[in-house]
Design a protein around this ligand. Structure first.
Ligand SMILES: [Zn+2]
Ligand SMILES: [Zn+2]
Length: 348
């Protein structure tokens, strides 16, 4: 089978970017497209013919060494495909089914977190396309307890971004403790938020949604997808908000969201790293029972619920499709913010 393999960490070369001082080779094509054997499913695994696999910012972190993974590794953790083989009889029910595979490849099943269904926080969390090979390939294997039925009536490319951008956003929504009648602010409106807003509209029709983003194009899209108001993050919205989800890489968004928040409100931060500092002043930003919470990874339940919803709601998911052979181009475009929506590798 053909696969895109990372043999050694390298910095992805982007036109116009000045070289940073890090001890990594500066490579135009960090992934090699190679011909390798189709993997055999091990105990409790299934073999999946990959239809589509999303390209995520975390894949850039993996390639550039900020997320430590096995090497060599086949990246890719937003996989949609068909189960073509199983390692034992138990999983035969999945044969022929379309499934999704997300960042969570497996968890230990016995730690305190796993026992209370918070396997996203498992002490022995194994990630797809990192600790085990992922979906930048024609075939991949996955643990049968960690694959999820995916709707057949939706294009594979449009389902792939739901496995990470979508599912983490959906988890952030649940962690925000949103309730009918509240006002929710979304800060940043990229791959994750444009999916999430459609889910919110379906699940919470009377939640008022304000979208804060610098991009006029994104503000227009937000209004078309159901926002009640959209504006620049520094603009004053019509009213204060009760909940907020922050999708932006900058620390300033946290203070801004908390300034705009009603007492008792909660902010969920849906990013792994902030590129600029956070200057919280307790009296101004947290007093009056305001809460701040981060979101890490996804649980199986998050992914299952979102894929089920995707079969029921005609979600508008913006994707740019690439062939497997174009994976390095996809990564460069993503790194230089030239992808509109989500980048997806199309395998079939
Ligand atoms: Zn991801
Ligand atoms: Zn565990």
């Amino acid at each position: 089978m053909r696969a895109a393999v990372l043999y050694e960490n390298a910095e992805i070369k982007v036109e116009g970017a000045s070289r940073r001082i890090i001890e990594l080779p500066w490579k135009q094509n960090p992934l090699d497209i190679v011909e390798i054997n189709i993997p055999a499913p091990m105990k409790d695994q299934v073999l999946i013919r990959v239809e589509a696999c999303g390209v995520c910012y975390t894949d850039i972190d993996i390639i550039e060494g900020r997320v430590k993974c096995k090497l060599p590794v086949i990246p890719g953790h937003q996989i949609i495909g068909k189960v073509v083989e199983s390692s034992n009889g138990h999983s035969s029910i999945l044969l022929g089914r379309r499934v999704g595979v997300a960042w969570i490849a497996r968890s230990c099943g016995s730690c305190d977190y796993c026992l209370r269904s918070e396997e996203n926080l498992c002490v022995d969390f194994k990630a797809t396309g990192c600790h085990v090979d992922g979906g930048y390939a024609e075939y991949t294997t996955a643990y049968k307890e960690y694959v999820y039925e995916a709707p057949e009536n939706v294009d594979a490319s449009k389902l792939a971004p739901l496995l990470c951008a979508g599912a983490v956003g959906y988890r952030a929504l649940k962690l925000s403790n949103i309730k009918s009648g509240l006002r929710l602010g979304l800060f940043g409106f990229g791959a994750s938020a444009h999916i999430l807003i459609q889910v919110i509209r379906r699940l919470y029709p009377d939640v008022e949604i304000y979208v804060f983003t610098r991009s006029q194009e994104h503000r227009d899209l937000a209004m078309r997808l159901g926002a009640d108001w959209s504006g620049n993050p520094l603009e004053e919205p019509p009213r204060k908000i009760d909940r907020a989800i922050d999708f932006t890489p900058v620390g300033e968004t946290i203070t801004r969201a908390l300034e705009l928040m009603n007492p008792g409100g909660r902010l969920v931060i849906n990013v792994i790293r902030k590129q600029t500092p956070i200057n919280l002043i307790y009296e101004k930003h947290l007093w009056h029972e305001k809460e701040v919470k981060s979101v890490a990874n996804v649980t199986r339940r998050d992914v299952k619920e979102l894929l089920k919803l995707a079969g029921e709601i005609p979600l508008e998911v913006h994707v740019e499709e690439y062939e497997l052979s174009e994976v390095n181009t996809a990564l460069r475009n993503l790194k230089s913010a030239r992808v509109k929506g989500s980048a997806v590798l199309r395998l079939i």
